[in-house]
Ligand binder design. Structure first.
Ligand SMILES: *Cc1c(COP(=O)(O)O)cnc(C)c1O
Length: 377
């Protein structure tokens, strides 16, 4: 196997940063106590857990008691959907609104609820990948139990008008959840100011560990746990807490929120260089809105090429990118996000996603552009 020298697949996962690693280490070694234990080793873990929770709450603009740690973005999304559905059922509401471009961690639970009798509205994302607030207004009914629309998309990086969508939901008294797994660290998030009722985050997309994440649930919102069996986290999420992972997540969130502007200022010109240099090659199309997207994301289709093949050819040159989303690769189905934006199956299958992080350098981008030019000529 060739060695990966240039990592441009940060929307799939990120490396653990040094500051996160350092923060985690003591809790992987000597600080192994169970946070529910009464003796000092356990109490130390409980203190670390509380500190991490309060740091996460500060970063998101909420209270500690509104934060639940989970095993990642998937669990947070599933919990939000099933909890809101249960609350809806007990209020006689069986309608849920989402978008056609959500992550499967939202879409699959909704398919299950659909089989159980819920009506699901999937808002179109149009050719630019963005939901229109008017479409949401038109879809809302008195039966609507939940609106779940992601903050930013994992494949094309398009940023949804989530504040506006959240505002509409708040004024109609409908629960609004947003999957901010890709957005956090790239956009400013404040759940109170932005009228968000529930929000999902994942550690490994922001330089913390895989297998840890959180769900913010606004105070007063009816909440039904996904997991039961222990009294941890106020009975809202059973299971012994992953202290090292949680401490790392809090450190990753602190760092990401503090550095969002400097990171974007550095990555935006790199993204524009990608658009300018690759976008003007024959047969190339830029997928997703050109402006209203994360600074770290570029997505292209290369007419007449297979995305998967380009990924493998780039890998031989030590460059890691992805075709479609990592979760969807391995299957022959084209990306549901790209087809929802009106791409044909061939166009969708010829796509490549480039996703950068603060470790991405200008030289990485130069080398990627050079390699792509060679491959498609
Ligand atoms: C990665 C991702 C998830 C899933 O998060 P995990 O921590 O890998 O379970 C959910 N939503 C979006 C938008 C993602 O990018």
């Amino acid at each position: 196997m060739s060695e990966t020298r240039i990592y441009l697949d940060n929307a799939a996962t990120t490396r653990i940063s040094d500051n996160v690693f350092e923060a985690m280490l003591p809790w992987l070694k000597e600080g192994y106590g169970n946070a529910s234990s009464l003796y000092s080793l356990g109490r130390k873990s409980a203190i670390a857990l509380n500190k991490a929770r309060s740091l996460c709450a500060d970063v998101l603009g909420c209270e500690s008691r509104e934060i639940f740690f989970t095993s990642g973005g998937t669990e947070s999304d599933n919990t939000a959907v099933f909890s809101a559905a249960k609350a809806g059922l007990s209020a006689g509401k069986r309608h849920i609104i989402t978008s056609a471009a959500e992550h499967h961690a939202i879409l699959k639970p909704l398919e299950q609820l659909e089989k159980e009798g819920f009506r699901i509205t999937r808002l179109p994302v149009h050719e630019n990948g963005i939901v229109r607030p008017d479409d949401l207004e038109a879809a809302l009914t008195d039966e609507t139990a939940l609106v779940t629309v992601m903050t930013a998309n994992n494949e094309v990086g398009t940023v949804q008008p989530f504040e506006e969508l959240a505002g509409i939901c708040r004024s109609r008294n409908v629960v609004f959840h947003t999957d901010a797994v890709q957005a956090f660290g790239n956009l400013r998030i404040n759940v109170r100011e932005q009228n968000v009722d529930m929000l999902s985050l994942s550690g490994h997309k922001i330089h913390a560990q895989k297998g840890v994440g959180l769900l913010y649930v606004r105070d007063g919102l009816p909440f039904y746990p996904l997991l039961s069996g222990g009294a941890q986290q106020g009975g809202k999420r059973a299971g012994t807490e992953n202290i090292a992972g949680i401490v790392g997540l809090a450190e990753a969130m602190r760092y990401a929120a503090e550095n969002v502007d400097t990171k974007n200022a550095r990555l935006l010109p790199l993204r524009e260089r990608l658009f300018n240099e690759i976008g003007r090659l024959a047969g190339v199309r830029i997928n997703g809105d050109r402006e209203r997207r994360l600074a770290c994301n570029a997505n292209f289709s290369f007419a007449g090429h297979e995305g998967e093949n380009l990924v493998l050819q780039l890998d031989l040159r030590g460059i890691a990118v992805s075709s479609g989303s990592a979760c969807a690769s391995g299957s022959l189905d084209p990306s549901h996000v790209l087809t929802a934006m009106g791409l044909t199956h061939d166009e969708a299958r010829s796509s490549i996603r480039v996703s950068m992080s603060e470790y991405t350098t200008s030289e990485d981008i130069d080398e990627f552009i050079k390699a792509i030019r060679t491959l498609i000529n």
